[in-house]
Ligand binder design. Sequence first.
Ligand code: CP
Ligand code: NVA
Length: 307
Amino acid sequence: MKRDLLTILDLSTEEILRLIDKAAKMKAELAAGCLPKTLQDKIVGLVFLKPSTRTRISFESAVLRLGGRAIFMTGQDTQISRHEPLADMARVLSRYIDAIVVRTFAHSDVEELARFASVPVVNALTDHSHPCQVLADLLTIREKRGSLKDLTVAWIGDGNNVANSWIKAAVRLDFSLNLACPAGYEPDSELVGQAARGTNGKIKVITDPVEAVASADVLYTDVWASMGQEEEAKVRLKAFKRYQINGHLLSCAPPHAIVLHCLPAHRGEEISSEVLEGPQAPVFDQAENRLHLQMALLDWLIGSKKL
Ligand code: CP
Ligand code: NVA
């Protein structure tokens, strides 16, 4: 049976940990020049209705490095722009290619594609979640910290798609997650409620960034206005003023804490340039791990099929 990755909750705890192990192994194989070409004869379609640097190129690179081919499509150059139903597109693409990677607005769109596609569908970011980002971030945290045990992550800023994926990761891996968000910008309340009940209070939504980072191993932030929210940018700038990761906030965290950002970053808004460029923020190692995690994911879904 085909597997999709629409949210992190599509994976079991065991599968997440194995995926991270596999990504680490493939990263080493790539460095040693002995990466197996497990996507030979496979074609991966990338349907992107929003801009992307990291996700698009790391997926394309992952496919090419594993010996497969990638076809990139936007809304404009497909019949999506003329409102062809996604259910039809899913069934048509499934006759041509081996997996569909989608970046779009409504999460229900990836669900619709997955329902009708007979090949795996991977969420490359929706308004609701960004699972590939957070899975790769877990690899980065494990590399930098040595383990994912007894982990505390502090999310600072908007309760957005990446924050929702952090909540789902915390549910599966049972780590502590403190989300400091301004009132009115909290993550999906239904998700928070379910997560908080299922994890004995390990997931907390609060308003004070200092409280959130006090015992954190990882400080994490993202832009204050996500793609599609450009018109709210001015209002958000005011609402999020207190939610910048800067030298002061970092000094309130334990000295070993690292700072992650999914990028692209807006220096001087959600993060100061000093912190982003500083020794505690391995954000380019973090961006690199998107490639390795997605190589592992594609190999599992359509290559060797082993995890
Ligand atoms: N972090 C991330 O998904 O970046 P892109 O928008 O450039 O893909
Ligand atoms: N929350 C951001 C993430 C970008 C990678 C957005 O959706 O624009």
